[in-house]
Design a protein around this ligand. Structure first.
Ligand code: FES
Ligand SMILES: [Fe+2]
Length: 451
């Protein structure tokens, strides 16, 4: 539970608000590279952090992100002519380059003298990892680009999808570090293990027996939490880029298994389903405004991802939802109750919602509305990671309100932290944890990653 003031502090990303200014100290994705497929292609209208903008690629292939409205008399730049290295407003012909400079003012006799005083608001862009990123803060605070390993990889090491959600970024992100929901929301009814296409993920070793005294053998079955489960949820610790979620366990045969999942300030968790056991995930929620977001699901690997795996991401409707053609809106969405299938729910899956991420999204897009009212919550011990991230974000927002800027953007190397799963029969459990922790912080170090 949060106070009304703290909830507002965390969820308001408008310009001038503390969290809005925090977001404006980081590089964030603006669009997929494929949305601007070539020089002088069609401009794209977008809203980011509540600001209405137009993004375009000029004749030289450079990308410009500018105010939606022309500084002459406010005509929409979306209708502009994109040619000859700039976007020209079609109302009276003013032209702007990717840096926002007015390069032509053909409608005015005062022309050149006045032109040099005119700029359209523009934000710098960098292209990396199949995405176009932008920095929307003050020039003097602009940090170096974060060293996400997947941003330096060849295209065949990467698959990025995008879809639009109609809720605040925070409630969408909080599902990524919520261990308590997995055995319910994402499971198959009669086994209690994670659902997959054709039950791909069912591993007999993971099927627990339903206790004979379980009062609700269908709706709870083998899912009721025990103290042992609580140990498996893990712990949270601080890192230079945010937090590390660490799960550890030791089997009776002495095998130690450690899973490290970094969460990086402010919107870069590393949870998520993958097909391959050596494919990594990063889920990024970029606020469009306080009530909607673009969700970028990045799947990447140190080795090229097999074509069959990419095909699964693109077409099987399980890892990523099918979209309404020509849009980034899922066909199953909040307006049609995600096409929940009550027969499937009764006899097969826990939720009755087909696509894995939509199972989560159905629980997120309407949590007391599109901005969750966290004054109404009743958190339990399974929400420990959610509490830890809120504390971290509240601190950075309060610091920003007092004029102290976040330090994480100026540590670009710590954005290479990645998920790691490490198993060993050697040494102690603490030594295994130390090893997994350091693997997750080293570049070019693979650990197997599984759901
Ligand atoms: S409004 Fe754009 S040139 Fe006049
Ligand atoms: Fe989930």
């Amino acid at each position: 539970m949060l106070t009304r003031e703290d909830n507002e502090l965390l969820t308001n990303v408008e310009k001038g608000s503390p969290m809005g200014e925090v977001f404006r100290r980081f590089w964030i994705p603006a669009v997929l590279s494929e949305e601007l497929p070539g020089p002088d292609c069609e401009p794209v209208e977008i809203t980011l952090l509540g600001e209405h903008l137009v993004i375009f690629r000029d004749t030289d292939g450079k990308v410009g992100l500018i105010d939606k409205y022309c500084p002459h008399r406010g005509a929409p730049m979306f209708y502009g002519r994109n040619e000859e290295c700039g976007l020209r407003c079609v109302y009276h012909g003013w032209k702007f380059d990717v840096d926002g400079n007015c390069t032509d003012m053909p409608n005015a006799p005062e022309g050149d003298a006045f032109r040099s005083k005119i700029k359209i608001q523009s934000y710098p862009c960098v292209e990396a990892g199949s995405l176009i990123w932008t920095y929307m803060g003050p020039e003097e605070s602009k940090p170096p680009f974060p060293e996400f390993e997947w941003c330096k990889m060849e295209e065949n090491h990467l698959y990025v999808s995008k879809f639009k959600l109609e809720c605040n970024y925070l409630q969408a992100m909080e599902g990524d570090y919520d261990p308590g929901h997995v055995p319910f929301l994402h499971t198959v009814l009669d086994t209690g293990v994670i659902q997959g296409p054709q039950t791909r993920f069912i591993d007999p070793a993971k099927v627990r027996t339903t206790p004979t005294d379980e009062e609700f053998p269908v709706g709870v079955g083998n899912r009721r939490v025990t103290e042992a489960d609580r140990d498996g949820w893990g712990t949270v610790e601080d890192s230079d880029s945010g937090l590390l979620f660490i799960q550890k366990g030791e089997k009776e045969d002495g095998t130690k298994t450690v899973n490290v999942a970094p969460w990086m300030m402010p919107i870069f968790p590393t949870a998520g389903t993958t097909v391959g056991t050596t494919t990594y995930s990063t889920n990024i929620r970029v606020p469009i405004d306080n009530n909607s977001l673009y969700f970028y699901r990045v799947r990447w690997a140190y080795k090229p991802i097999p074509t069959s795996e990419i095909e699964a991401y693109k077409t099987d409707g399980w890892f990523f939802p099918e979209m309404i053609p020509g849009t980034y809106t899922p066909k199953d969405n909040v307006h049609n109750h995600y096409n929940i299938n009550r027969v499937t729910q009764k006899y097969f899956s826990y939720s009755g919602i087909q696509c894995f991420p939509l199972q989560d999204i159905a629980m997120m897009e309407d949590q007391w509305g599109s901005i969750a009212d966290r004054t109404l919550e009743h958190l339990t011990s399974s929400d420990f990671a959610i509490i830890a991230v809120r504390r971290k974000l509240l601190k950075v927002a309060r610091d920003m309100a007092e004029g102290t800027e976040p330090q994480e953007p100026f540590r670009p190397a710590v954005y290479s932290y990645h998920r790691t799963r490490f198993s060993t029969a050697e040494g102690t459990l603490d030594e295994a944890v130390e090893k997994a922790r350091s693997m997750s912080k080293e570049k070019n170090v693979a650990g197997s990653v599984t759901v």
